[in-house]
Design a protein around this ligand. Structure first.
Ligand SMILES: O=P(O)(O)OC[C@H]1O[C@H](O)[C@H](O)[C@@H](O)[C@@H]1O
Length: 520
C-alpha cells in the first residue's frame, strides 16, 4: 500500500513556516488585493497578507505536490484514491468532452428541445436529494426567480409532507417526474419516486412510466425499476454526487430556465477550470481563497465561515456550498488514515443579505467567536428598482467595513457625547457599542447574475475545496461518515414496523423511543 505522507502536516516545515507567516502578519486595511477571474472579482483585501505569506504558500503547495495532484484531478486520474476512482466533474464542462459525455449532453439538449417544441409537461416534479437536488434548485431559482411557464417543484425529504406538497394540485397527465439519483439506492428518492408512480397510476395515466425520466449512474437499475430506456440519462461513477449538476442531473433546469443556462454554467465553470490550471499561485483565485480559509480555520482558530449572499436569487447557494464544503472537508484523518492534528473543514452557514443582518449579524459583530464572512454580490441587478439595488450594495459594503474596521470605545464615547448623552451613560453605552473589528472576509463580485458567472463561482468553490483537501491531506471526494446513520435507520425502521429488533443493540434512549413510536 502506498503511503502518502511521511511527515504529518503539523510537523511539516512548510506548514510551520506558513503558520509563522500568518501569525506575524495582519490585515492591512489600506491594502487592496483583487483577483479578476472569468468575469468575477475576488477581493481578498480583508485577509492577512504579506510577502512571507506568499512565499510560504508557494513552498507549502510545492511540498503538497499541487501540480501533480491538480493534473490528476483535471485529467481524470485517480483523484479519489480511497474509492480508487477519478473525480472528473471538470470533464462534464469541457467544450470538447469525451464522446460518451458529448453524446449524453446532446441527448439532454435534444430532449429539452423536443419537449419544448411539443409544449409538453406543464409541471415538473424533480425528485432527488443532496447533490441530486441542490444544484438544480440553485440554477432554477437563480434564473427562474420571476417564474417560468413550467411549474417546477422539488421533493427531497423522506418526510411525507414533502411528496404530498410536491404533487398536490398538479395534473398527473401533464406532469413529468424527474428521478435524479446517482446510486439509485437512496432511500428518500426511491420512496418518493414510488409515491409519484402510485399517484400517476391512481390518475389512470395510460403509461405512467412515460411520465418519468431518470438520471443516474446505474441505468440498469433504473430500467429494472421500470423507466423506459429512452427516458434514462446516465452519468458516471467518476462524477461525485455533489458535482452532478454538471451532468444530465441538470435536465430539469434545462426544462424550466432553458438549455442556454446549462451551457452558460458549463462554460463559466470551464473558464474557472482553465484559470485554476494555468494561473500562477499568487494570482490563482481558488488557491488564494483556499489558503485564506485554511489560515482562518487551522491557524487562527475560527470554527465556522459565514456566507453572506447579497442576492435573494442565490439563497440555494448556501445549502449547495454547505454540502460541497462540509461533505468534502468534514474529515479528520488523512489519506493514510492518520489523524490530522490541525482543525480541518469548518462549519459553513449563512442566509441571504440583508435578511441575515436582522437575524445573526449581531453575533458576527460582537459575539465571542465571530466568523470570517464571504460576501457575494452582483454589481448589476436584473430588476428595475435601482434604489433597491443601490441600498443592497451599500449594506453589503457597510457590513464588511464594520466587521473589518470596528469601532473603538473612545469613538463610541465621543459620538455619545456629541449626541447629547450625559457622561456616565455615554461611558456605559460606549462599552456596548464598541466593535472589535479586524474580522476577515472575502468579497466576490459577479458583474451580473449570468449562467456563466454562476458557473465560474461554483467552480471557484469546488477548486478551493480541492486545494484545502490537498493541504490538509484528506480525501474531499468521499463521505463515509454518512453511512452509519443510514444503516441504523434501516434497523430502527424495521423495529418500528414489526417490533422485531434486538433492543440491546441500541442505547437506552433510542430503545425507549422505539417502544414509544412503535406501530400497534
Ligand atoms: O444521488 P444519490 O445517489 O441519490 O445520492 C444523494 C446523496 O446521498 C448521500 O447523502 C451522499 O452523501 C450525497 O453525496 C449524495 O448527493
Amino acid at each position: 500500500m502506498t503511503t502518502h505522507y511521511s511527515t504529518p502536516l503539523h510537523q511539516l516545515p512548510e506548514w510551520l513556516a506558513y503558520t509563522d507567516a500568518i501569525h506575524t502578519s495582519c490585515i492591512n486595511t489600506n491594502h487592496l488585493r483583487l483577483l479578476k477571474v472569468a468575469g468575477l472579482t475576488l477581493d481578498l483585501s480583508a485577509q492577512r497578507y504579506s510577502p512571507e505569506i506568499e512565499k510560504a504558500i508557494e513552498q507549502l503547495l510545492t511540498a503538497r505536490q499541487l501540480t501533480t495532484h491538480r493534473e490528476l484531478l483535471l485529467n481524470g486520474g485517480i483523484a479519489n484514491p480511497i474509492e480508487n476512482r477519478p473525480a472528473w466533474h471538470t470533464m462534464l464542462r469541457q467544450p470538447r468532452p469525451l464522446p460518451e459525455v458529448a453524446e449524453e449532453r446532446n441527448r439532454v439538449l435534444e430532449f429539452v428541445r423536443r419537449t419544448d417544441s411539443n409544449r409538453r409537461w406543464r409541471n415538473i416534479v424533480h425528485i432527488g436529494i443532496g447533490g441530486s437536488d441542490w444544484g438544480v434548485r440553485l440554477a432554477t431559482a437563480a434564473f427562474g426567480y420571476a417564474g417560468t411557464w413550467r411549474n417546477i417543484r422539488y421533493v427531497a425529504n423522506i418526510d411525507g409532507h414533502a411528496i404530498e406538497a410536491g404533487l398536490a394540485g398538479l395534473d398527473p397527465h401533464d406532469t413529468l417526474i424527474v428521478v435524479a439519483t446517482k446510486s439509485f439506492t437512496t432511500a428518500e428518492t426511491l420512496a418518493n419516486a414510488e409515491r409519484a408512480l402510485e399517484w400517476l397510476k391512481a390518475a389512470k395515466v395510460p403509461n405512467p412510466y412515460n411520465n418519468i425520466i431518470a438520471i443516474t449512474a446505474k441505468p440498469d437499475v433504473a430500467l429494472a425499476w421500470g423507466v423506459p430506456k429512452h427516458n434514462i440519462f446516465k452519468f458516471w461513477s467518476w462524477v461525485g454526487g455533489r458535482f452532478s449538476l454538471w451532468s444530465a442531473v441538470g435536465v430539469a433546469a434545462g426544462l424550466t430556465v432553458g438549455s442556454n443556462v446549462l451551457a452558460g454554467l458549463q462554460s463559466g465553470a470551464h473558464a474557472m477550470d482553465q484559470h485554476f490550471l494555468n494561473a500562477p499561485i499568487a494570482e490563482n483565485a481558488p488557491i488564494q481563497l483556499a489558503m485564506a480559509d485554511i489560515a482562518n480555520r487551522s491557524i487562527l482558530g475560527y470554527g465556522s465561515r459565514n456566507l453572506a449572499v447579497y442576492d435573494s436569487r442565490l439563497a440555494n447557494l448556501i445549502p449547495y456550498l454547505q454540502q460541497l464544503e462540509m461533505e468534502s472537508l468534514g474529515k479528520s484523518v488523512d489519506l493514510d488514515g492518520n489523524p490530522i492534528e490541525v482543525p480541518t473543514g469548518s462549519v459553513v452557514w449563512g442566509m441571504p443579505g440583508t435578511d441575515a443582518q436582522h437575524t445573526f449579524f449581531q453575533w458576527l459583530h460582537q459575539g465571542t467567536d465571530g466568523a470570517p464572512v464571504d460576501f457575494i454580490v452582483c454589481q448589476k441587478a436584473d430588476h428595475r428598482y435601482t434604489d433597491h439595488h443601490r441600498q443592497l450594495l451599500a449594506h453589503c459594503l457597510a457590513q464588511r467595513e464594520a466587521l473589518l474596521n470596528g469601532k473603538t470605545e473612545e469613538e463610541a464615547y465621543q459620538e455619545n457625547l456629541n449626541a447629547g448623552m450625559e457622561e456616565e451613560r455615554a461611558r456605559l453605552i460606549a462599552k456596548h457599542r464598541k466593535l472589535a473589528g479586524g474580522k476577515p472576509s472575502n468579497l466576490i463580485v459577479l458583474p451580473q447574475l449570468t449562467p456563466f458567472a454562476l458557473g465560474a463561482l461554483l467552480a471557484l468553490y469546488e477548486h478551493k475545496v480541492f486545494v484545502e483537501g490537498l493541504v490538509w491531506g484528506l480525501n474531499p471526494f468521499d463521505q463515509w461518515g454518512v453511512e452509519l446513520g443510514k444503516v441504523l435507520a434501516k434497523d430502527i425502521e424495521k423495529a418500528l414496523a414489526s417490533g422485531q429488533t434486538d433492543l440491546q443493540t441500541h442505547n437506552s434512549s433510542t430503545s425507549y423511543w422505539i417502544e414509544q413510536f412503535r406501530e400497534e
